[in-house]
Each structure stands twice: as C-alpha cells, then as structure tokens.
Design a protein around this ligand. Sequence first.
Ligand code: GDP
Length: 700
Amino acid sequence: LMHLTRKLIEIRSMLLSIDQSDALKLPSIVVIGSQSSGKSSVLEAIVGHEFLPKGNNMVTRRPIELTLVHTPAKADGRTPEEYGEFPALGLGKITNFAHIQQTLTDLNLAVPSSEAVSNDAIDLRIYSPNVPDLTLIDLPGYVQISSMDQPETLKEKIAGLCERYIREPNIILAVCAADVDLANSPALRASRKVDPLGLRTIGVITKMDLVPPEQGATILAGNRYPLHLGYVGVVAKSAGKTSSSQSAGAVAKRSENDYFGSHRDYFGAPSSLMVGTDTLRRRLMEVLESSMASSLHGITNAVQLELEEATYQFKVQYNDRRITAESYVAETVDTLKSRFKDFTTQFRKPQVREKLKMMLDEKVMDVLEQLYWLDKRTPELGALAVDSKVKPQDVDPYWRHKLEAASSLLTKSGVGRDSTLLVADGLRALIDSIVSGDPFTYHPRAAERLVQFSHMILRERIGVTSDQVENCIKPFKYEVDVDEREWEQGRGRAAELFQMEITMCESKLKEIKKKVGGGRRLSSLLGYVRGLEEQARERKNRRLAGEEDAQEEPEPESYRYPPGQILDARHAMLYSDRLSILKLRLIALKSKRCKAGPESDVLCPEVFLNVVADKLAYTSTMFINIELLDHFFDQLPRGIDSRLIYDLDRKEIEEFARENPVVKRHLDLQERKDKLEEVMKQLNSLSTLRTDTQPAPRRQ
Ligand code: GDP
C-alpha cells in the first residue's frame, strides 16, 4: 500500500507541470527565514547531507523545489543508494552530494546579479532511505540590512518572492534563531500576515545551544507568539569540515542529542516541548500529511472541473482529433517535398534553355552594339544587304573579320560560368520561395538548415558544371555550322529582338519628350545641343591646327536651357541615333539577301550570332542538366529527410512542432487533458484508499 503523502507528492508535481495556477495546488512546506538564521542547516539536518550552496554572496537566488522520496530497504535487506536528481537538467542520478551542492551553486550563480533573485524554481529530488516523503521549498533568506552590493530593491524582491510562496495551501516553516528576539524575526512577521493564528505555520527555533536552556524552553512554549502548530527547537549546527558528509550528519545529530539530553529537565516531561531534528521531521510529515489529506477533496473537485473544461474545449476546438509532434513533422516534410516537386517543372530542359537563351540574347545585343552599332561604316553593310547586284565574294573582307570577331567575343564571354550561375541563382530563389511560405515561417531554424544545405550542394557543383559547359561549347569558338532551318529561325528571332529594342528606344525618346515639354521643345533643344557640339568640334580642330587663342575662347554658356535638359537632349540624341541604325538593320534583316540563308552571314551578323547563341544555349542546358540539376533534385529531398528529420531526437521533434503556434495550442490542450485525466485517475484511486485506511498509516 502506498503512502498517501507520497502519492499526493507525485500528484502535486504532475499538477505543477499542468499549470501554476493556485487552484490546482497541493500543499508543500515552504521554508523561510532571515539570512544566517540556520535555514540551510535545518534543511541539511532533515536530509542528513550537506548539499546546499554556502557562501556570503547570497547564494540562494532561486527557489529550490526539494522533493524528498523515501526509498524503502530492498528485499534482500541491503540499504538502497542515496542520490539526488535534477529532472529538468537530465544529469541522471547524482550520488555525490558535493556535486549536488556544486550544481545548485552554479544554477544560482547563473542568475545575473542585476536580477539578484529569480522566480524560476530549481527542481531537485532526493531519494534516500533516511528521508521521509516530503516536499520542501527553500527560498532566499530575508535580507536584514542592505549592504553596498545588495541594492535596496533586493529586500523587496525577496520579500515578494516569499509572499507568493507562503500563500495557501502551503505550510510555512518559519526558521528563527534562538539568540535573536522573535519580535525581530522576518519569517514570523511574514507568516503572521497570511496566517495570523498559525494554523499552517510551524516555528523552528535554531541555535538552541546559544541561549540558556530556560530561555530556550520559554521560546518553545510559544506563549509570546503562539502558533497552533507549535515550535520545534533544534541544534543544527553542521559539524565543521568533515571528509564525508555522511559522518557530518551523524556528528551533528550526536551533538544535538547530547545537548537536549543534558537539559532534559527543561525540555522533557512534564513540559514535553518539541526538540530535535527527528521530532521536526516527524512533525513535518504529520502536518504535511494532514494538510494534504484535507486538500484532497478540494483538489479533486478542482481537477474534475478543469478536466471537464479541457475535454469540452478539445471537443469543440479540435473535434477530439489527436495529433502528435511526429505526425506534424511528417506532414511538414510531405508539404515541403510536394512543393519542391511542383517547382521542379520550372527547371525542365525547355524552360532552362529559354532562360539561357534570353541571357545570351542580351550578350548578342552587347556584342552587336560594341562591334556594329558604334561603327560608322555599319550603314554600308545595310546598303550591301539590299543591293541585289553585290555578290558575297565582292564584300569587303573587313566585314568577314568583323563577323569572326563578333562570334568569338560571344563564344568566349564566359558562357559556362554565366549560364551555370544563372541556373544556380534560379535554384536558390526556388529554395527561398519554398521556405518562405507557411509553415516554414514558424520554423526559421529548419528553413535556415534547408537553405544552407541547398547552398552546399550548389557550391559543390557550380565549379564542375561551369567547367564542363565551357568545355563542351569549345568547338563553337572555332567554327559554327549553320543550316537553312537554323538560319531562318535565327533570322526571325533577331528581327523580333530588334523590334523590341526599337520599341524600347522609342518609348525612352517619348519619355524624354514628355519630360522636357513636348516635341517642339525637344527639337529646339536638340538643335541647340547639336550647335554646341559643332562648336566644340571646330574648337578642337583649331586647337589641332595650332591656333593659340583657341584655348582662351570661353565655353559657350548654356544660358538658354537648364543643364538637366541639356543632358536629356544628349540622351535623346543617342536614342535617335540608335533608332536609325536599328531601323536600318531591321530592313536588312527582312531583305531578300538575309532570307537567302547562311551564305549571307557576313551581311547579316545578327542572324548568325543568334544562331550561335541558340547553339550555346542548347549545349549549356544539356550539361547543366546533367551536372547541376540532376544532382540538385536528387540530393535535396534526401537532405530534407536526413538533415531535417532523422537527426532530430524526440525533444527536438517536440520543439519543432511547437514552433508552430497552431500546433502548439493543439498539443498543449491535448496534453493538459491527458494529464488531468491521469491525475483524476490517481485521485480517484486515492479516495478509495483513504476510506479504508483512516487514519493514513505512517512509516518510521
Ligand atoms: P542560513 O543563512 O539561514 O541558511 O543559515 P546557515 O544554515 O548557513 O547558518 C548560519 C550560521 O549559523 C552557520 O555558521 C551555522 O553553522 C550556524 N548555525 C546554524 N545552526 C546552528 C545551531 O543550531 N547552533 C549553532 N551554534 N550554530 C548554528
């Protein structure tokens, strides 16, 4: 049969994990006292080990939720091991109490000194055959005087923290030193505020050895400050530094027994005052047990109510649909993969080829501009194209060289690298758009991992791919064979591009016209700017002819037009010059000569270069597909599996799922309902237990 208190202690910690509201609290013993009142010594005497942080620097900064679990002797008569556990830290069993002490010190010191005290409790469990089943909460000691490095607010902070813990239904263990007037005890003062009759306050008077026994006995009698639960006197001085804490406990106990034993006249019958750590321990068990027992009914009702509410909400909000963190993760991965699959259609060969062609078209236009449009002789080429009498062999070899230069400029412009980077950029943007959508907005770390992984694949492949592409387009650097069909397609495409370029220039011109205030205004501006240029040319000529005064002649000031408009006019001039050459070339492209086929390549460089660009795009696409895209689309889904999920442990899966607030709410409610159900079950089993074992049996 399980002890009632023990069972309720378990239920209590389950309730604490459900929520912190006062309604669902089972009582615990809260230990308060001023600094140096001997609080730690008392707790250590109860546990039988030295394990609390020591030092002048106010070492208790966080409440310690201390759960003592009595471990009964084993069946074979051996005594079970004593150990501590920090459930929240996952350090496992700690059998060395010095380690527990160190861990507590570290946890306390981790609270920044600016904060001084923290409300965040440390959960510590101690399992031992020498402890009763108890829950105790150790709080920072009240500060009496504020010293230099302890700001005034610290006093209030600690008082506030204690106030929160000494509320009902907790039992207050008010620790006071015998050698300090009880009237000055902050612990008693605080407890009187919330429990004036002392119905749930036990006084512990430490340092009984420091006052004459009759004075000690008077305090314990409690006539001055009566407490319903009474006072217990102890001598809990730890016996200095001893090699093993076990013997320290033993020594302390002996000195306490010696002290009270030698003053039996004062403390024994007939006054029968409560003295000694053993008595205190027993007293605490009794009080906690009866307090737990009397809370049982109320807590059962409260849990029942909460359970009904949770069940109702779960039905209404989720129609009783249960989810798990795992199922959510799996769903998320499916979403990711299917979205990924949808997007891969953008990277089929025809789509990639079109993108590359567009990039190469740009390059072709750049080459044409550089080699043809800026060449003053280019109108001649237009005239040749429309003159039916000219034979191809009659054309000036200048144009043959020009075409060869243009073609090599195009093929040697770093197509391998540029096309690979273009596709890689597309893939990067694809991943970005996948991870920027719901539900990844909730999972920034997972999204970041995916982005990192995709970038890694790209980094690994970009070099290889661009080399491979460059290698495969090498033949085009020396010779390009063009057939009739390719020529005709290229001609169509070139004419289209020229038409687009013309439209673009026209719209720019129109914009400028509007900006300067109409066509008439623009033409007078243009006339003016042309005049300026004419003068500049003349000046230059004169200078070249050695006329000295040329330099001194003042620059003609542009009084008539603001400088911004003159700049606009210059741009307009460039656009209209460009337009006239583009139009000439468009006529050539549509001429019979150009239509005749590849033998007119010299006369129609636009067509030839377009065909070259098309071949480059085709070849690049083929090798980018093999070297980059296939790898990428093969590795990424695997990476999603291996990097996103399979290396997550249970805790991480849980965290991942809870990053999504919708899922978190669902999981939280579901968990709350489950826990309440479990608590309810345990409480029900207890009430049957209680009815046939009144009063609850006591061990020890
Ligand atoms: P805390 O600050 O309230 O935790 O107080 P401690 O437990 O650290 O005790 C403060 C000082 O009082 C320490 O030096 C203890 O050794 C000493 N002390 C504690 N209890 C007793 C006792 O019963 N008798 C005597 N003589 N000294 C004690």
